[in-house]
Design a binder for this molecule. Sequence first.
Ligand code: 26W
Length: 824
Amino acid sequence: AWKKYSATGFKSKDDFQKETVRHIETTLARSLFNCDEKAAYSGTALAFRDRLIIDWNKTQQRQTFADQKRIYYLSLEFLMGRALDNAMLNVGLKTAAKEGLGELGFRIEDVIQQEHDAALGNGGLGRLAACFLDSLASLNYAAWGYGLRYRYGIFKQEIENGYQVEIPDYWLDFNPWEFPRNDVTIDVQFYGWVNKYTDDEGKQITSWQDGEIVTAVAYDVPIPGYGTATVNNLRLWSSKASAGEFDFAKFNSGEYENAVADEQRAETISAVLYPNDNMDRGKELRLKQQYFWCAASLHDIIRRFKKSKRPWKDFPEQVAIQLNDTHPTLAIVELQRILVDLEGIEWNAAWEIVTKTFGYTNHTVLPEALEKWSVPLIQHLLPRHLQIIYDINLYFLQQVERRFPKDRDMLGRVSIIEESQPKTVRMAYLAIIGSHKVNGVAELHSDLIKTTIFKDFVKIYGPDKFTNVTNGITPRRWLHQANPRLSELIASKLGSYEFLKDLTLLNKLENFVDDKDFKKEWAEIKYANKVRLAQHILSATGISVNPKALFDVQVKRIHEYKRQQLNIFGVIHRYLAIKNMSAEERKKLAPRVSIFGGKAAPGYWMAKTIIHLVNKVGDVVNNDKDVGDLLKVVFIPDYNVSKAEIIIPASDISEHISTAGTEASGTSNMKFVLNGGLVIGTLDGANIEITREIGEQNVFLFGNLSEDVEDLRHNHFYGNHQIDPELNKVFDEIKKGTFGDEGAFSSLVSAILDHGDYYLVSDDFNSYCKTQDLIDETYKNQDEWVSKSITSVARMGFFTSDRCINEYADSIWNIEPLQVKEEA
Ligand code: 26W
């Protein structure tokens, strides 16, 4: 293990027990005699928290003293999951805690499970932000995350009669990992009007006045790094009625209810995470959230910058702000407003500061996910910002016109303002224009944005403004914490846990692909993880599955482009095949468990229909005596980070089967392979780079290529659209009512039969099924399978988020780590 840096806090099992018991008895005011698992969790968390706080304070002091550039990662989503196990790993005293808790009569695994997931995110983008925070701290970068402190995270999913039901996720009843900073508040303005006048000295003044004020209160969350004393800060803003604004007069004049209603309205801003993934809905409250968070974060950043008394032109040397998708794009406008209106800086000088400060990461090419805000809405909520957006656009279009005087259409195409009814602001264009770098999240995706949605901007700015940073994942959570036995086995072969800091060291595992004992242990660990998942499945769904069967997993948000429908149609196809098999043939087939999980956005009908179909197919297949263990179909409810930690290490095959060109990167593909699972996938997102790294012979690829998608779609409408005959048989079975009322699934079927099959399910069906058959064959040779598994893990070093963060630091932020001196 690594060196312990912190000189304070507990050092041994006895120390740990003393601290934990003290917290249980005093902080929680509980007696040890009625201490349940929840109280044991709370006491343990508080004991570890104490240790983090010391390093946290020191880190903040060190970074202030060094006074060098800081990174600010602005993200509306941080999908953190649980914190205790991570704190234990990074503080480095898990063994002491395990023994200490054991003596008090608790199993550490059960205690860890008491914690409520911090689920302030939807899916990939939010979890990426969490992995990035882990890497930034582990690599000693001076970095802050900025987000919103939602009272309700992503909803909890229950399945009732095969349908998704959403339950509010109130997660803040006991959260030892956040620190309210009641002294760190920022007043944020909305509505009002813009006053332009000349002051006594003849200066032009623009002032935004008479708005409504809402106060942002900071809540800080410590982010410990692994193998270092760095503990960075995640600052989440909570909204409350402003003390200045809040109408105490109303209380006195008997308008008690109105006064309370005002207060409630202010608190609504940070009340709930919007549960849409890749779907822009344009709600006013969402825009309010975005501005509230951007304004509070920027004012906080500027306050910190001003302490060093540097001139404004140094701002980009001290501050790098990364925009996690377009959600924080208003920060660009807000900084320009502060510089021009409040600091009196000339427009062009201000704009240079702005563009040098921001970087923008795009996470999707799906048109329905690209944010557009209606001009009247912005006019109403942020009148001064709308003017600034128009000015930014004017200067930009003038520049474009000078460079491309003959291309009249160009101006309309690249304008920030879309001339629709009503007019809208194209946030991605604003983000590109206001940033010095734009990146995609995997090679194909970064190429696609340059040749499709942002093509004109490549012409205008040249190709160097656009770059790629392929996503990554933190191996601390996704290997060591989720799969401790595998991590331990790897460490025993490599001689240390150094690979958790330098994941490329995994390549030494290739020396052991022919080591019989090693392979046996490798396979045993996978089996044990499958047993653990089987137990979870039984308790969560009542379905009993055989851990010896092939576990085939697809867990991610439900979306048509991710094609869970292709998977479940494939399952039905398999079911029909089994029904038609002789007893002899059945004996030869590898038993399989098809495992699904994922949430549907509450308003996304098609996604909910897919969930319903999976559950109904499960009801039929799982109770068919003919089929027995040969096929089980499971929908695991409420997929989240902590469930992922159980599911991912237990998979034999995972599915990453999006229509080519639609999945920007995917990150669970990396998690599965890093845990020794093989992948069935399309040539999409990071699957492409995974294949390049681990070798084509270790990936089950299928389906059409991205460059063919457009033609295929065209042919569906204008050619002779032939549906795959085997898929037609699946549809016939659904229409026969085998899985219940066919009407319930008609939208799903007719999307393919009647509406052009936009996601090419039929085009890829045959290739998908054949590849599944190949998987069956390959799985029968367990020895070969395990070799593939080991080789793949050995070659996954590239996909650590540490590599990603170093790339961002080099090519976008221009920042070096702040080294930490080791303490005795
Ligand atoms: C405006 C509504 C909305 C909400 C969320 C639009 C778009 C989003 C996200 C960008 C969706 C998302 O999570 N995208 C995923 O980002 C991951 C991290 O880069 C990628 O790995 C996934 O491929 C991408 O779908």
